[in-house]
Ligand binder design. Structure first.
Ligand code: NI
Length: 254
């Protein structure tokens, strides 16, 4: 069954039908979901979902855009949450220079601190990196994250950068962008990357694939992503689902 490696079902976009939607996943071929977190508040909500649904797991972490107010006490709290039996990764953490705030210095500080948290907790990393290719890679190399492993979620960089992460043993997270008219860069990465290092994700409620671009996304749209990967790799959809599920289980150690 399809393994959704990154969604945000704690988001208010799902307030009206969250439980009905999650109840409908199995009958639609979605077998496992990892709900990704971005702040203390979302970690709390995500743990709640993971405890309610056997097939839902959660990451634990603070997103670079949400780290302005972070402090040592919060880091310590995150570490405690990592011990939860449904916690499968530290993320999404990283760098996002798309907006000016928080400053790169603050983002780097908490990115590094959360990488070390993952190392202590023995959990893989879920990396968010936007408009910050060089700084992200520099930090990940300096801190020897190849010893920790993980996934570069919603991969948005060219093949040369993908090559670096693939060599470090990381997985590449591929979602709806692969179906976009302007998604050529990601299609090139998928063409280049071994299928054994690709995992699929939606980033729901964001980034709906064509033909639903701009609408609320959910894991039910993952077949469109599978279809596109199958086309690029010359595989059947069934094979892509089977291999990416095995990859995701390795990634999250499930
Ligand atoms: Ni996300």
């Amino acid at each position: 069954m399809i393994f959704e490696t990154h969604a945000h079902y704690d988001d208010e976009a799902f307030d009206e039908d969250r439980y009905d939607l999650l109840d409908s996943m199995a009958e639609n071929g979605i077998g496992t979901i990892v709900n990704a977190t971005a702040s203390k508040r979302t970690v709390e909500k995500s743990l709640e979902l993971a405890h309610k649904y056997p097939f839902v797991y959660t990451t634990i972490g603070v997103h670079p855009s949400d780290c302005a107010e972070m402090d040592e006490a919060e880091l310590k709290w995150l570490e405690e949450m990592c011990a939860d039996e449904k916690a499968v990764a530290v993320g999404e953490i990283g760098l996002d220079y798309h907006y000016d705030e928080p400053s790169p210095e603050i983002q780097k500080k908490w990115f590094e601190a959360q990488i070390e948290l993952a190392r202590r907790a023995k959990l893989p990393l879920i990396i968010h990196s936007r408009d910050a290719a060089k700084d992200t890679l520099d930090i990940m190399k300096a801190l020897h994250t190849e010893e920790i492993g993980g996934d570069i979620h919603c991969f948005s960089y060219p093949v040369e950068i993908a090559k670096e992460y693939l060599n470090m043993g990381f997985y590449i997270g591929v979602g709806g962008v692969i179906t976009f008219k302007n998604g050529r860069k990601l299609r090139e990465v998928v063409e280049y990357a071994p299928i054994e290092q690709i995992v699929i994700e939606t980033d729901s409620p964001y980034l709906s694939p064509e033909p639903f671009r701009g609408k609320r996304n959910s894991s039910l749209n993952l077949p469109y992503v599978v279809e596109k990967i199958a086309e690029i790799k010359g595989l059947t959809a069934e094979k892509v689902i089977e291999i990416t599920e095995a990859n995701a289980r390795k990634l999250y150690r499930l």
